[in-house]
Design a protein around this ligand. Structure first.
Ligand code: AMP
Ligand code: MG
Length: 343
């Protein structure tokens, strides 16, 4: 528990440069720095809500961790043993949302492939992972059991699965759901304008002193690919397949896996999507990377998401008209616009 004690920085930023005041807090969870900004003057109430927020995020991190001991570990151990187990309402909600998003993505987003993610060595915080890929026979053995979140049953007896190969890994959705719950906490305290930035994945609410929130979209080649302007209740999430990978002498194997082949996907190296909630945005960004250069727009649309931007291995940007309504590319950066319906 001690390791997750919050690094709480309450800064009253009344800039000498004349910037409007805002309150900020930061904490390290989900392997990244989460920073929260609330426009307005400092108050005791903001201090209180920041402390609550920080505690809630540490709890979510601990309980939903895919490989450190915690609540999800208990659930996975029970599923592997073919037993039913009672768990938290949030984990039940994560399962339900995941089931829906897995179905809508045609299995491209699949949070039941924890064993496969572990086999690839991606249950780690230390990247790059060094070494050759797993043997094809090991991958095929895991695929043959066809783990799917749709195999998980939620009932009065708790969580259970008829398929003992299901190992839940919420790495592709947890951060998004956490930012949704973060906004719920802020709203409960009467805060209507805020941004929660979790290492580039951003959940916004309301506006920034009457202006839209401006969110930078990272360029895998370095720097910024452009800026998105957003207002209201929205999430903008990016899945990158360029920073976290395994490598041997000859090749790189990125950390997002195609659940249907068991192998990492390439093609799209970064996908940014806008959705009305963080969980949907997070899972959709992951599914869009898996979908690849041909199918990304159709797959996102199937998940109810039309504002999408992808960057391929050559560094070229493609985006839907719905994304272009918010996105301004960095100077000199070209964008090919593609209808979200498909070509
Ligand atoms: P994200 O950064 O949101 O794209 O999530 C990537 C993380 O989700 C990985 O580190 C894995 O833990 C997990 N993951 C990898 N591939 C998939 C997939 N196809 N569907 C769901 N989760 C995945
Ligand atoms: Mg994701």
């Amino acid at each position: 528990m001690k390791r997750w004690l919050p690094v709480v920085l309450c800064l009253f930023a009344l800039g000498a440069c004349g910037r409007a005041p805002s309150q900020n807090v930061e904490f390290f969870v989900f392997g990244t720095l989460v920073s929260v900004q609330v426009p307005g003057e400092a108050s005791e109430e903001t201090d209180k809500v920041f402390a609550e927020l920080s505690f809630a995020f540490q709890e979510m991190h601990r309980q939903w961790h895919a490989w450190e001991p915690g609540e999800l570990g208990r659930v996975n151990a029970a599923l592997e043993a073919g037993q039913a187990i009672q768990t938290t309402p949030h984990i039940e909600t994560l399962i339900r949302r995941s089931q829906e998003l897995e179905r809508l993505s045609g299995g491209r987003f699949n949070p039941a492939i924890g064993a496969l993610v572990a086999l690839w060595g991606f249950h780690t915080s230390n990247y790059p992972v060094i070494g050759p890929p797993p043997r094809a026979a090991q991958i095929d053995r895991l695929l043959a059991s066809r783990p799917s979140a749709l195999d998980v049953h939620l009932g009065p007896e708790g969580v259970s699965s008829s398929n003992t190969s299901v190992q839940l890994d919420f790495g592709g959705i947890a951060k998004g759901y956490a930012t949704d719950l973060g906004m719920d906490i802020l709203r409960r305290h009467g805060i209507d304008n805020a941004v929660i930035n979790a290492g580039g994945d951003t959940r916004i609410m309301g506006n920034n002193h009457g202006k839209p929130w401006r969110i930078a979209v990272s360029d895998p080649a370095g720097g910024v690919a452009g800026v998105v302007e957003l207002g209201g209740d929205q999430a903008i999430f990016t899945s990158g397949n360029y920073a976290r990978f395994r490598e041997d002498a000859s090749e790189r194997y990125p950390h997002i896996l195609d659940p249907r082949s068991g192998w990492p996907v390439s093609g799209i190296i970064a996908a940014t999507v806008i959705a009305a909630d963080g969980a949907t945005a997070d899972a959709t960004a992951t599914a869009v990377v898996v979908a690849g250069s041909e199918d990304w727009a159709a797959v996102a649309r199937g998940m109810g998401v039309t504002a999408v931007l992808v960057i391929n291995q050559e560094g070229a940007i493609e985006a839907t008209p719905e994304m272009m309504a918010h996105f301004t590319p960095a100077p000199g950066r070209a964008v090919k616009v593609r209808e979200s319906k498909g070509d």
